[in-house]
Design a protein. Structure first.
Length: 575
């Protein structure tokens, strides 16, 4: 006689024995205590999380003769018969193999019959496998079942269950167990069953279980049968790290090690795609990732480092390989070639590979840039006028102070023969050079660079401050003349960006004050010519140089027009 497997031996038989599903236990226990049992339930979640076991516990609770605090006694005839599978009150049906309309008609006929207990519970496993006609046949009975009938539908893929069925049930979702809780359960099973296994093997068993209690106990049973140790197999993380590092050698070594442990290339490809799907969901919809919390964090980190486009491309390439691998003479070779394509993107010219390379470059730029600092955009301007040059060579606006040369600081000293002027120019140049070298500009240099600062702003800021005049700059205080109070108010709203640019260029904090005045000076006013250094002054007209036009020497426009078109005739329509 075969030994009973661990996951059957330690299947939970009471609500308090169910691990990691406290929200489900609380809902069902309260419903039974308050006599508010539902007519149909839908249990969904990954495999090995206790859906069918919970359905059986619910059936025992609904028919237990000595119910206490929402828990079955486990000793009455009803509880014992349900545990051994001989109860007439419970009917389990595998919808994967009984998915036809005839099977549903047979189930409906049984629902109308009586039973020994208070309730008759129908458990339909993998209900998403039902055909459309079978679902339609089940709908009416599911919506209005007999008073003594309760339906429990279980599925690992609730999205495939039709909305009409889901709307007629109470949907309870089961979750994978956290690693620590699963490890505690394994240690309890090892102690209770008196198994011999090393602590390292227990950690490996928990990792292989992936949050599923049944898968974990199956791996534990294999480890015990192997003498308490598990061979270290290649993790799927090796393939993901090879994709991230673009290391084809690492990927090929992982394939070789997996095949050496007995892995089939096709099954290995399916496992890699399944793992890539977890990465994809971790980026797009983290709530759909069915992994333990610790494992989900690792997968999320891998997905972030690999990038969405690379994940999608890997799924597409391996999906195509999965189709071709059926007819390939060497399935392993086909898998290895596809892994080399995925790990050597520089040698691939398809659109997905190029998008992955661009995404990697963008992620590197974003990671290296200071997120709190401004994005530097070079503005091509003329340093003399402060306006952008079009169609000619221009000097880019730099954010670091420019070291002034003697010729740039004092151009008059270069052409003047006066020794005193030359000496003053040299001293002024030396002071400006020292100021620029230290990164702080003086007031005169700030005034000279003012047009550059204005032209480098956004269009709105540039338009506002182009309409004001720089009156003076003393000790870091710039005085601006604006045409009106309204203009000052509007300009003050955009001072922050302008002062930030001024601080970057001047190397120090600069203040700005406004006064009301004319935006453009009147050229006919009696001001000195030094105040119009940036404007063109019209020269006075000498009347002696004018010539008096003789009377009658000029022709009429109508006569000129007639000469331009010989042979034409001019008709006066006023006559």
């Amino acid at each position: 006689m075969a030994t009973q497997s661990l996951y059957r031996r330690y299947r939970p038989r009471r609500f308090d024995e169910l691990k990691g599903q406290d929200h489900v236990v609380r809902a069902l226990r309260n419903a039974v205590i308050n006599n508010r049992e539902g007519q149909a339930y839908l249990f969904s979640g990954p495999r090995g999380t206790g859906k069918t076991s919970t359905a059986r516990i619910l059936a025992k609770v609904l028919n237990c003769e000595k119910l206490k605090d929402g828990e079955p006694c486990g000793k009455c005839n009803s509880c014992v018969s349900i545990d051994v599978g001989s109860s007439y009150d419970v009917l389990e049906l595998d919808a994967a193999s009984n998915n036809g309309v005839d099977n549903m008609r047979d189930l409906i006929e049984r629902a109308a019959l009586g039973n020994p207990g208070r309730h008759r519970v129908f458990i339909l496993d993998e209900v998403h496998m039902l055909s459309k006609p079978a679902e339609a046949a089940l709908l009416k009975t599911l919506e209005e079942p007999p008073e003594h009938v309760v339906f429990v539908l279980a599925t690992t893929d609730p999205q495939k269950v039709s909305e009409t069925i889901r709307s007629r049930t109470q949907h309870l979702q089961f979750h994978l167990l956290p690693m620590q809780e699963l490890k505690d359960h394994v240690n309890w099973v090892v102690a209770d069953a008196k198994l011999v296994i090393s602590p390292e093997a227990i950690d490996r068993v928990v990792q292989l279980g992936g949050g599923s209690v049944r898968d974990t106990l199956s791996a534990l049973e294999l480890a015990v049968a192997s003498g308490g140790e598990l061979e270290v197999q290649i993790s799927l993380d090796e393939f993901i790290e090879a994709f991230i590092d673009h290391d084809p050698g690492r990927a090929l070594a992982a394939v070789g090690a997996s095949v050496q442990f007995g892995a089939d290339p096709r099954a290995l490809t399916e496992d890699i795609i399944r793992h890539l799907r977890d990465l994809f969901l971790s980026l797009m919809a983290p709530e759909l990732v069915q992994l333990p919390e610790q494992r989900a964090e690792i997968v999320n980190d891998q997905a972030r480092r690999m990038g969405a486009s690379s994940v999608v491309r890997a799924i597409e390439v391996l999906g195509e390989v999965l189709i071709e691998i059926r007819h390939a003479p060497d399935a392993r070779l086909l898998l290895e070639v596809s892994l080399v394509k995925l790990t050597r993107q520089n040698s691939s010219t398809d659109v997905s590979a190029l998008m992955a390379r661009i995404e990697k470059l963008e992620s590197g730029v974003i990671a290296n840039r200071d997120p709190t600092g401004p994005i530097t955009r070079p503005v091509i301007v003329d340093p003399d006028t402060g306006r952008a040059k079009i169609g000619s060579r221009a000097t880019p606006l730099v954010t670091t102070p420019v070291v002034a040369t003697p010729s740039a600081v004092a151009p008059s000293a270069a052409v003047s023969g006066d020794k005193a002027a030359d000496k003053n120019a040299k001293s002024e140049s030396t002071s400006n050079v020292a100021a620029s070298t230290s990164g702080v500009l003086d007031d005169d240099e700030i005034k000279r660079r003012w047009p550059e600062v204005v032209s480098a702003q956004k269009p709105m800021v540039r338009a506002l401050f182009s309409a004001v005049n720089l009156v003076d700059c003393k000790q870091g205080l710039i005085t601006l003349s604006a045409p009106s109070e309204i203009h000052i108010t509007k300009s003050s709203e955009h001072l922050e960006a302008l002062m930030s640019s001024l601080k970057t260029i001047a190397g120090k904090q600069v203040q700005i004050s406004f006064v009301v005045g004319e935006a453009k000076r009147n050229r006919n006013s009696k001001q000195s010519s030094s105040e119009f250094s940036n404007e063109e002054i019209e020269e006075p007209i000498d009347l002696a140089e004018t010539t008096k036009v003789q009377k009658g020497t000029h022709s009429r426009p109508i006569d000129d027009l007639a000469k331009a078109f010989p042979g034409s005739q001019i008709i006066d329509d006023k006559k």
